[in-house]
Design a protein around this ligand. Sequence first.
Ligand SMILES: C[N+](C)(C)CCCC[C@H](N)C(=O)O
Ligand SMILES: O=C(O)CCC(=O)C(=O)O
Ligand SMILES: [Fe+2]
Length: 421
Amino acid sequence: MWCWRLTGLFNVPCRLSRSTSHRSAWLPGYRKIFSAAAARWHHTAPESLNCVWQLHGDHLELRYANTLMRFDFVWLRDHCRSASCYNTKTNQRSLDTASVDLGIKPKAVRVDETTLFLTWPDGHVTRYGLEWLVKNSYEGQKQQVMHPRILWNAEIYKQSQIPSIDCQSFLETDEGLKEFLQNFLLYGIAFVENVTPTKEDTEILAERISLIRETIYGRMWYFTSDFSRGDTAYTKLALDRHTDTTYFQEPCGIQVFHCLKHEGTGGRTLLVDGFYAADQVLQQAPDQFELLSKVPLKHEYVENVGGCHNHMIGVGPVLNVYPWNNELYLIRYNNYDRAVINTVPYDVAHRWYTAHRTLTTELRRPENELWVKLKPGKALFIDNWRVLHGREAFTGYRQLCGCYLTRDDVLNTARLLGLQA
Ligand SMILES: C[N+](C)(C)CCCC[C@H](N)C(=O)O
Ligand SMILES: O=C(O)CCC(=O)C(=O)O
Ligand SMILES: [Fe+2]
């Protein structure tokens, strides 16, 4: 028996990470339960009526700042921030969670204007800031997006007139780097200009924001149409929109391109916001969106050219979403490298092809295509988990260099600069 529905564990409305203002309403049934029980609710002092709580058999219910939250007792014990349970120097838990009685229940509960106090059967006291609880509760989290983004088609991107960041400002100032990263996080692409057109200078740029992810293509790569590797990228042929390294279990997070030379015609780069297209699918056909996020697929890279022998396999759905808020975080789309579909029975395969067609139609709409000609001196950073790239066929000698970056480290740099990433 095949079932491709959500289990109900995370039954939240489908939503993409468009902006922070995108808040979902409470389910009406939930409100009703709340008001029926209101008579037995405990209030804080009259001047802070905005916090009410109620102890149930297996959880604590708390309403604060218009958020109704429900906390498991083990969760409340486990997240205790007291000195013996949590090390604020290392930001690590000291408490041994496995030693908490799974049937634990607080012996006393008290709330003042800012804080929830819980006394446990052994006398240990746990304090939680109410604001902290709103931010860290499941109910608070599912109203938020992890990654604020601006989804774009060609018109939206051009209208927003995102400037390229000057190389010197990118390398030497935190403001320059921060502006670059903010653009990159919001749009999934960003440019640095006035870069010296060499592989070495491109490497310095990459190292400013992240660690370079070494792959079967090397650390810093450099390619022409000499077919030195067994892949269409190393020819003069056109490449339809795709994301790279779909055949890795974790596709590379960021791709850096810097065109060092082109004496010839064509060769423009195509960029398409995969999340914008996926959002269109979600609006038109939520069941197809769900199928694309549930059916696991294999992508494969089999290379036997010259001295290069590689066989890579990556498994995962086309759309990857966080289950608690349905926020999209990774699109894996490469029709060249997609392997044999043998992970679902024939009827699911057919439904998958239909959903894939809907997505492809969106990805191929001319109004969603951003075409740019990469020139020496202008480096392009692409979020390979979101934005698809392709290229027009070309003539003449064309030299491109670049590298992949580890995603965690780009986000780390962004967070250290105070950005939400
Ligand atoms: C970028 N660089 C030329 C090094 C590699 C190209 C990899 C091409 C591969 N088909 C993929 O899409 O992953
Ligand atoms: O030649 C290009 O512009 C891009 C080729 C490509 O898709 C790649 O190297 O990943
Ligand atoms: Fe590519």
